[in-house]
Design a protein around this ligand. Sequence first.
Ligand SMILES: *Cc1c(COP(=O)(O)O)cnc(C)c1O
Length: 228
Amino acid sequence: MLEIKNNLESVRQRIAASCSACGRDPAQVGLLAVSKTFGPEAVAQAYAAGQLAFGENYIQEAVEKIQALAHLPLQWHCIGPVQSNKTRLVAEHFDWVQSIDRLKIAERLSAQRPTARGPLQVCIQVNIDGGPSKSGVAAQEALALARAVAALPGLRLRGIMTIPEPAASAQATLAVHRRAEDLFEQLRSAGLDLDTLSMGMSADLEAAIQAGSTLVRVGSAIFGARAA
Ligand SMILES: *Cc1c(COP(=O)(O)O)cnc(C)c1O
């Protein structure tokens, strides 16, 4: 019970320390608590400790949690791969989707978003390090996809998300996050109205913040190790 509260406190302290080390305002770095594989009780404990935004990877598991916790004013982000047959569930239940890497998925979400829920907030997932995970659009294709997604009704494009592979050194980690920062600035210079650079997890949030992250996604440092 106390553990989640204490963990959240130390993550917030890490964020504050990173911000002060690079002269950023901590109010500009959001914290997404990644609750995948943990039950509604864990989410409710984090909420009791002041956390409102939660990230989930597995749609079915997430929808059950969202429904179980519907009485709480939580914000839910889909950060895992979205298959075509899951877009309706995502459009109906989530507030954000950070893992858009194909126009077809964005088009389905756009068509299926209930008007009453207001626009679904979305990010383009970019494979910034060319990692083997295969999810994420290549950096050279990000602008074209972002423009197409920004034009869809029912969606509001907010930025990009990256999930780089663990790098060999702190320097290499920072370099990859800097690449994402450059791409984010390029998209903004191209006229897209973006405010979200979602990068950094339990192991590398300091480097991500140094490179301009506006949203770190933290799972194990808050909820503990996940069962494989
Ligand atoms: C699991 C996951 C996280 C959190 O990872 P931790 O290392 O547990 O902090 C962040 N982002 C995505 C996309 C994830 O799948």
